[in-house]
Design a binder for this molecule. Structure first.
Ligand code: C2E
Ligand code: CA
Ligand code: CA
Length: 733
């Protein structure tokens, strides 16, 4: 029975069917009992309240889905119960079930908050139908309320998101007036919302960008075809107290805008109702881009334009001048003997000197002139709007004069001079590259003609410089083309005549010029920096050679490798040496690095650290060309040194009495420091005899053998013992 009727009186909640709870209020026990039974039979959870007071207690304690309320009750009548319910804000629907027959009673009850009125006596079915209707209506209302609340919540969320967006979001009416702006407006532009609402968008656009902005702000396309990421400058309100981050009078932003159309019309005749857009603040990104741009185009030491920017300026001016009769001049300026000053003062004072020179040069020039630092101690000057060639001379004189004044650097009085080369466009040339090159060639000529002077470019003035440039270009290609080879010169124990090691010496098989020795190219390689990859190659090649010898079962001898200044200064130096040793699984003691003493003294601290790391792995250090620098034994003791190589200039004049005593002193000091002493450039029996007498350990020189190919060195190593009897066939001067 119950099951048959229960469907309409229970709400479905997932699989759980919850029975509706009905409070029945009547002072007549019989009526009350009858109703409770009826409702229970029909699947409701029915609760009795015998009178108004009971009803209030029940409502105060529990939740009901519906109340059936009698009006006339002795303790508290139905109207008062209704008022209580209304006052408390209880939302349970109430059906008044009453014997009152007047229409007024019904109206009063409905006004007091009842949702239906059923007159006694009633048909059970009629009452049940009314109950069911009321419950259904109440459930629908609840659901609606819930949806509404969710909508309101979601709208709140959207408003929150829009207002707290890091981007400025707006809408415009079809004429371009602001109809909505989010909170970000103020922090971005300094404008308040009410200052902008209703205003035309143009009040916000930087004057330069107005016409570009027109297209974007009038954007009528929607969806994928909208305008995306257009860069614009916004005006910022001046005079108001701005947030800390807002500096400058405008902000660079990126704008995305889309047209808005009425939704429900035929897509072909949809009405344009305005546009909306998102404005992203990209000033920080712009600033980063500007920094990168600055670094790309400026010399970071002096802040002057670099070569790239100088070329840009020159290119622009050349293009402009094509349309006028004006000339321009390019000056190339190079400090004389800067390398010596830099080496003796140290790099940081050298940098300060360059800064000071930059400032002085700038003072000689006019506003529109460009002064650039092209690299090292080389500057370039661009003089636009020149009326005649003669105008250059006084400027050159002024520069030379200003630079001749001493520079004071931390207690040092430093004198510099500069050589200047000049050429004029369009007379001499009208392209960027050839102008710069001609000015540089003229500058080199100024240097060869006694320095500290101005030299104009003249046609035919090429030779000395271009061979050098050719060599540099060839050098860059030589590694890739495998044109380098190593020669090996043996080092021999003076007492026994045994080969103790080899020095690896670089040779270049130049495709046109034949076999070149370092004298022909090493300084260019050094100055251009190509020496660094070449030096790496030498390290690897020498290591590979030692690995080959060891595989062939030949005696394990030392291999010495020459290290250049640029290599040693390179931050990767230590790693690249260690890598070479590791890749070929060498014993560190087999590798010796030859470093000249003047190079070692250049940066005492850094070199001591680097060499310390290397010698910790067993790698040996030799002081090359010892005696030619200005180092003292005191400094040398700070480095982990194993070998002292006495410079050949002392050995070759060993016949002179004073040299004998100098070499003697060097050998005994070296012995005192427990170093292996090697005499370089030994060419004769007489020199060897002297060295034997003063107990020098080892010798290297043409007397025993000139540097030889890898093939010949391998052959030498494989010979058991050769003594000093005769020169090997391979020995060539
Ligand atoms: P260095 O380190 O003083 O090398 C010794 C130079 O003296 C070599 O010249 C060698 O051929 C030469 N020599 C050897 N025995 C005699 C002799 O009895 N009499 C005379 N007059 N000379 C002798 P080389 O091979 O022309 O090298 C010249 C310089 O080039 C080297 O001087 C070294 O500073 C540099 N060098 C050579 N190979 C390399 C290298 O792989 N890397 C670097 N950075 N520099 C290198
Ligand atoms: Ca050497
Ligand atoms: Ca040497």
């Amino acid at each position: 029975m119950i099951a048959d009727h229960s469907s309409g009186h229970s709400a479905q909640l997932g699989n759980l069917s919850i029975r509706s709870r009905v409070l029945v209020v009547d002072d007549e026990p019989l009526v009350l009992e009858g109703l409770i039974r009826l409702l229970t039979d029909r699947g409701y959870d029915a609760f009795p309240a015998q009178g108004g007071c009971d009803a209030l207690i029940a409502i105060g304690k529990q939740q009901f889905d519906i109340v059936l309320l009698d009006l006339g009750m002795p303790d508290l009548n139905g109207s008062e119960v209704l008022r209580f319910i209304a006052d408390r804000g209880v939302e349970t629907p109430v059906i008044v079930v009453s014997g009152e027959s007047s229409i007024d009673a019904a109206i009063l009850a409905l006004r007091a908050g009842a949702c239906d009125f059923v007159r006694k006596p009633y048909e059970y079915e009629e009452l049940l139908r009314r109950i069911d209707n009321t419950l259904t209506r109440s459930r629908l209302e609840k659901e609606n309320n819930h949806i509404l609340q969710r909508l309101q919540q979601s709208e709140k969320w959207h408003r929150f998101l829009v207002n707290n967006s890091p981007d400025f979001i707006y809408t415009l009416d079809p004429q371009g007036h602001f109809t909505f702006v989010n909170d970000r407006l103020e922090s971005l532009t300094g404008f308040l919302r009410n200052e902008l609402m209703g205003q035309h968008y143009s009040v916000l656009i930087d004057d330069d960008d107005i016409s570009r902005a027109e297209n974007v702000f009038n954007e009528r396309r929607a969806g994928d075809r909208s305008t995306r990421n257009i860069e614009l400058k916004l005006k910022c309100k001046s005079g108001v107290r701005r947030p800390r981050l807002m500096q400058g009078r405008n902000k660079t932003v990126e704008l995305t805008a889309t047209g808005m159309y009425e939704n429900d019309k035929n897509p072909f005749e949809r009405r344009f109702i305005g546009s909306y857009g998102v404005v992203k603040d990209i000033s920080e990104r712009k600033q980063a881009e500007e920094t990168v741009h600055y670094q790309t185009y400026h010399d970071l030491l002096t802040g002057l334009p670099n070569r790239a920017l100088f070329r840009n300026h020159l290119g622009l001016l050349l293009a402009q001048n094509k349309r006028s009769t004006q000339s321009l001049a390019v000056l190339s300026l190079d400090l004389d003997h800067f390398k010596i000053i830099n080496d003796s003062l140290g790099h940081s004072l050298g940098d300060e000197l360059l800064l000071a020179i930059g400032t002085r040069l700038r003072q000689c020039l006019r506003e529109g002139d460009t002064l650039a630092r092209l690299g090292g101690d080389e500057f370039a000057i661009l003089l636009p709007a020149l009326s005649e060639r003669n105008d250059i001379e006084p400027i050159g004189r002024k520069i030379i004069h200003v630079l001749s004044e001493p520079v004071y650097l931390k207690g040092h009085e430093v004198y510099v001079s500069a050589s200047i080369g000049a050429c004029v466009a369009p007379e001499d040339s009208d392209t960027v590259d050839s102008l710069i090159r001609q000015a540089e060639i003229a500058m080199y000529h100024a240097k060869t003609q006694g320095r500290s002077r101005l030299q104009f470019w003249e046609s035919g003035m090429q030779a000395p410089y271009s061979e050098r440039m050719q060599t540099e270009a060839d050098l860059r290609r030589a590694l890739a083309r495998n044109e380098f080879v190593l020669f090996y010169q043996p080092q021999v124990n003076i007492a026994t005549g045994e080969i103790t090691g080899f020095e690896a010496l670089l040779r270049w098989w130049h495709p046109q010029r034949g076999l070149l020795t370092p004298r022909d190219f090493i300084s260019i390689a050094e100055e251009s920096g190509v020496i660094v990859p070449i030096g790496d190659w030498v390290l690897r090649q020498a290591s590979a050679q030692m690995a080959d010898w060891s595989k062939a079962g030949l005696p394990q001898v030392r291999l010495s490798v020459n290290i250049s200044a640029r290599q040693l200064e390179n931050p990767n130096f230590v790693d690249s040496v260690m890598r070479a040793v590791q890749v070929y699984a060498l014993n560190g003691q087999q590798m010796e690095l030859e470093i000249t003493e003047s190079l070692l003294m250049r940066d005492l601290e850094a070199n001591a650290i680097k060499l310390g790391r290397l010698s910790a792995t067993g790698i040996r250090i030799a002081i090359d060309d010892f005696g030619t620098g200005y180092s003292s034994f005191k400094y040398l003791s700070r480095f982990p040194i194993h070998t002292l190589k006495i410079d050949q200039s002392f050995i070759q004049e060993l016949e002179r009495e004073e040299n004998i005593s100098i070499v003697n002193a060097m050998v005994s000091m070296g012995r005192g420091m427990k170093l292996n002493v090697v005499a370089e450039g030994v060419e004769s029996q007489g020199q060897l005899d002297q060295l034997q007498q003063i107990n020098c350990h080892e010798m290297q020189g043409y007397f025993y053998s000139a540097p030889v190919s890898s093939h010949e060195a391998t052959y030498m190593l494989s010979q058991p013992f050769r003594g000093f009897g005769a020169l090997p066939d391979s020995a060539i001067a």
